[in-house]
Design a protein around this ligand. Sequence first.
Ligand code: NAD
Ligand code: IPM
Ligand code: MN
Length: 348
Amino acid sequence: MKSYQIALIPGDGIGVDVTDATVQVLEAAAQKFGFQLNNTEFPWSCEWYLKHGTMMPKDGIETLRAFDAIFLGAVGWPETVADSVSLHGLLLPIRKAFTQYANIRPHRLLPGVQGPLVADAFDILCIRENTEGEYSGAGGRVHQGTADEVAVETSVFTRTGVERILRYGFEQARARRGHLTSVTKSNAQKYSMVFWDEVTRELAAEYPDVTVSQMHIDAMAAKMVMAPQDLDVIVASNLFGDILTDLGAAIQGGLGFAASANICPDHSGPSMFEPVHGSAPDIAGQDIANPIAAIWSAAMMLDHLGEAEAASAVLSAIEAATAKGIGTHPGKHATAVITAAIIAELEL
Ligand code: NAD
Ligand code: IPM
Ligand code: MN
């Protein structure tokens, strides 16, 4: 029997609720499709930070390296630990350390889910650069607390980084409907984004079968609301991709539906799977978080592990449940009810 070593990091808030739900679905899938998932849970979180002074142990990254995949719920509890500490101590270092440069975020309406838009059929794959750009962490502050204070946050875009994420996007577009939209702000940002546009044009020559559009981030935000059905694959930088994927989540019915995969394409390290949403302190621990985003992310994990049949069965089970009206609106059903309905569909 095939077996996979999975590192589970439930994290904070509803990260714990949705990870718990996801593990139940994964167990049902493993049983049905005849493979084994050996889960090792790591309690790294803001609570862990308050006891240990760090978000994970010194050798945390080395510990994770041994796993076939990482599943993460959500990190952040700003009431007790500043986000700039918690996210830079756990989530962001994992993405960087394992060169998970491709953050894949699908946006489409599940059956029975009513989005806020008139458009009822759209299928967007957002590919977000995940290791550099605006999240490079380069910068600093001087004259802190004085009238002369200056804060600088430098975006770093390397040819390696830009080329590989765009190439990833072109390959995805080729495998889908053949259209790629590269998102920049090259009318205002004259170095990094002009460079990004140039690399896009260079690569476009290698993919004559893919039609390429270039859009500014502001126009894209409007387009995603006005005409999402016209979009196929979107490639964007780290920050722009972050913002567009919460927008994508909104048009697919809410953050509870938006899945994501942090892929290390050359398999030099584990990839990480997590919902787009955060720890949602406002609803944590109340059994009302929508677990669908997390369960869909787990389906992406199964696919990545090579269990394609189980992956599509989990996605079909989610769709069968929502088609019956389960979990289609925020707060309509409890986390446990949605989870049980998906497992029931999977076991049919
Ligand atoms: P959030 O995504 O946690 O919540 C935004 C809103 O969406 C809230 O009203 C919340 O109740 C709702 N929501 C989110 N997920 C939901 C779900 N599954 N079901 C139903 N409703 C859901 O964003 P935020 O409030 O900006 O961030 C809270 C904390 O999470 C912060 O510490 C933030 O930094 C962190 N965060 C972590 C991640 C991550 O770990 N990947 C992602 C985003 C935010
Ligand atoms: C996400 C989150 C993170 C990001 C935060 C929590 C650092 O918003 O995964 O979308 O910006 O990447
Ligand atoms: Mn985000």
